[in-house]
Design a protein around this ligand. Structure first.
Ligand code: SF4
Ligand code: SF4
Length: 275
């Protein structure tokens, strides 16, 4: 990545990265692993409904915009990675619309890193909160690289994966970052349903992200592999542009769902009328 950035002679590496946030991200990825030995011995596996309300309030107070519970399927865990529990709490945090609208820019990149950092800290704080209450937990930082977050969040019903491979949520569109906390709590109200599948139909008529992606990295038709994994993006093309142009985010800006207000409902009504 550094080599790709250095190919640009109009920007300086030391100016491009928000160093303070980058260091904090690294610290919190380490913390998510280093804090695991603090899990209580004989951790509880049942949580009363009132505790789950407390947990939601705690997450919201740390900036989490959406939270759901889902069983973690093995096929969404990256090779040679693992999670301590398959009871997953999925977290989504909003990214600023004002800054996304400036993509690709230094300001957008600073905001994206700030969101990664704030969400990573929130995941660690939630894991700590669970431990204090007698449950075991493992935070999965948004840049932690343990699982594929968009399909996992889709399985949890938080939104639907659009053509750009990002999760589209009703409240923030694709302007979200995702993280998780895995826990010993086995009686979470797990979700395995989704009311956002209509977004597939809308994507077929839209295609704005495909047209506006500068290196044309978004596939017209997603590829489903034998493993069940879905590829939406040509990774190499996206990565090269991403590295050289401030983390890009142009597909997020282009997506109509990124608009604020009642855009989700309006597009849903229009799509249902057409079908
Ligand atoms: S981040 Fe940029 S390069 Fe990557 S898919 Fe989105 S628009 Fe294309
Ligand atoms: S820009 Fe259009 S095609 Fe792309 S994900 Fe958003 S709605 Fe779907």
């Amino acid at each position: 990545m550094m080599n790709l950035i250095q190919e640009r002679d109009d920007i300086q590496l030391r100016h491009m990265f928000p160093i303070r946030r980058l260091l904090s991200v690294m610290k919190n990825i380490h913390l998510s692993v280093d804090s695991i030995p603090e899990n209580p011995v004989g951790a509880s596996i049942n949580a009363p409904p009132e505790f789950l309300e407390q947990l939601k309030e705690f997450a919201q107070s740390h900036g989490v915009g959406a939270m759901e519970f889902v069983k973690l399927p093995q096929d969404l865990i990256f090779q040679e990675m693992g999670a301590l529990f398959d009871n997953a709490i999925i977290l989504a945090m909003e990214m600023s619309k004002e800054k996304i609208d400036k993509a690709a820019s230094q300001e957008t990149m600073n905001m994206v890193f700030a969101t990664y950092d704030d969400l990573g800290k929130a995941a660690n704080r939630i894991a700590e909160f669970l431990r204090e209450k007698g449950y075991a937990a493992q935070a999965d930082h948004p840049l932690g690289g343990l699982v594929l977050f968009p399909p996992l969040a889709q399985k949890a019903g938080i939104g639907w994966v659009g053509k750009h491979g990002l999760l589209i949520t009703p409240d923030f569109g694709p302007r979200v970052r995702l993280a998780a906390v895995y826990t010993s709590i086995e009686n979470l109200p797990f979700v395995d349903s989704n009311s956002h599948a209509w977004i597939d139909e809308y994507c077929k008529t839209c295609g704005l992200c495909i047209k506006q992606c500068p290196p044309q990295a978004i596939l017209e038709e997603a590829v489903t592999h034998d493993t069940g994994r879905v590829t939406n993006i040509k990774q190499q093309e996206c990565f090269e542009y991403f590295a050289q142009y401030y983390g890009c985010s142009i597909c997020v800006k282009a997506c109509p769902f990124s608009k604020a207000g009642d855009i989700y409902e309006r597009l849903k009504v229009a799509t249902e009328k057409q079908n």
